[in-house]
Design a protein around this ligand. Structure first.
Ligand code: NDP
Length: 296
């Protein structure tokens, strides 16, 4: 029950109606009988952040997540930003502490946590990333921090991949980074890679693959194929990779992992990852089940 003692957290973004965060966090607060409440905060325009952030401070919020499209824009309104968030040029968690706003980026942490969950060893691995947007950047930088030194980046807009390659090389000059257009011939690089990551939205709304069908043929049981998309839970890429014998992971463990890291920052407590994941899965199944019924 919400009362005068309730600690407030939330998520700032737009649109916000599809966010899984309120479901994940409130399930945890309820199961742990914590007097906390997580609220979706729809902010329509970036310029409103300069009003909203001081207002959240004044209202005594403990913290808030930041989602699309404000992960970069929020930085200029914060007092402090961690070294990784600075490197990734994006913040997805803010902690309000002692009147100060401190920005973190837990997307990369969420990704690494999800690999730890399946005991995937990163040492000496070669990584191929499709996409070069915000998620690709957080993932690539966190992999580099974990010691990965071989990257192939393939993106629709080549200069975005080049920009990410330069960012990686600036911080990790020993890294080997190659860039390619997404539609190019990637079979050789796919065959050579150990970990293949889709960080584009291709496969989210249709039956498309982010790679040429002829390239996908080289995927085999030596690959881990990771699609950052969390719904559908099996994208066309993951379906095909699984058929070829590859190990596959979808974006849900990363999403839960970044939320778990937010929980840790705000509460200082061990995050109840399983409760968060079960709440997210139930919500996705109900929401998409309803959509399918509406279509059918
Ligand atoms: P951005 O908008 O920052 O980047 C999108 C990337 O996808 C860019 O590289 C863009 O290429 C490419 N892209 C977009 N549309 C197409 C297309 N039609 N054809 C080819 N390439 C395309 O988004 P994010 O990086 O934040 O998100 C990327 C994906 O990762 C989304 O599916 C998102 O849902 C998922 N994600 C999952 C998270 C999780 O926790 N599981 C967390 C964050 C994101 P270009 O440079 O040419 O524009």
């Amino acid at each position: 029950m919400v009362n005068g003692e309730t600690k407030l957290v939330g998520v700032v973004g737009y649109p916000i109606t599809h966010s899984l965060s309120p479901v994940m966090f409130n399930a945890v607060f309820e199961s742990r009988q914590m007097n906390w409440c997580y609220i979706p905060l729809a902010v329509k325009n970036a310029e409103d952040l300069k009003i909203v952030i001081p207002a959240l401070k004044k209202l005594g919020f403990t913290g808030f997540n930041v989602t699309m499209p404000y992960k970069e824009a929020v930085i200029e309104y914060l007092d402090e930003v961690t070294a990784f968030a600075k490197l990734a040029e994006a913040v997805n968690v803010v902690h309000l502490q002692g009147g100060q706003t401190i920005g973190y980026n837990t997307d990369g942490r969420g990704f690494i946590r999800s690999l730890e969950e399946i005991d995937y060893q990163l040492s000496g691995k070669k990584v191929l990333i499709l996409g070069a947007g915000g998620a690709a950047k957080a993932v690539a930088l966190s992999l580099a921090l974990e010691g990965v030194r071989s990257f192939t980046l393939a993106n629709r807009t080549l200069r975005h991949a080049e920009r990410l390659a330069n960012r990686l090389l600036e911080k990790f000059p020993q890294a080997q980074v190659e860039v390619f257009p997404l539609g190019g011939e990637l079979a050789f690089y796919l065959e050579n890679a150990d970990l293949i990551i889709n960080a584009t939205p291709i496969g989210m709304k249709n039956e498309e693959l982010p790679l040429k069908e002829s390239d996908v043929k080289v995927i085999s049981n030596r690959h881990l194929v990771y699609d950052l998309i969390y719904w559908p839970d099996e994208t066309p890429l993951l379906k095909l990779a699984k058929h070829k014998g590859a190990r596959v992971v979808n974006g849900l463990p990363m999403l839960v992992g970044q939320a778990a890291a937010s929980f840790e920052i705000w509460t200082g407590l061990e995050p109840p990852v399983q409760t968060m994941r079960a709440a997210a899965e139930k919500f996705l199944e109900e929401r998409h089940g309803q959509a399918e019924k509406a279509i059918g």
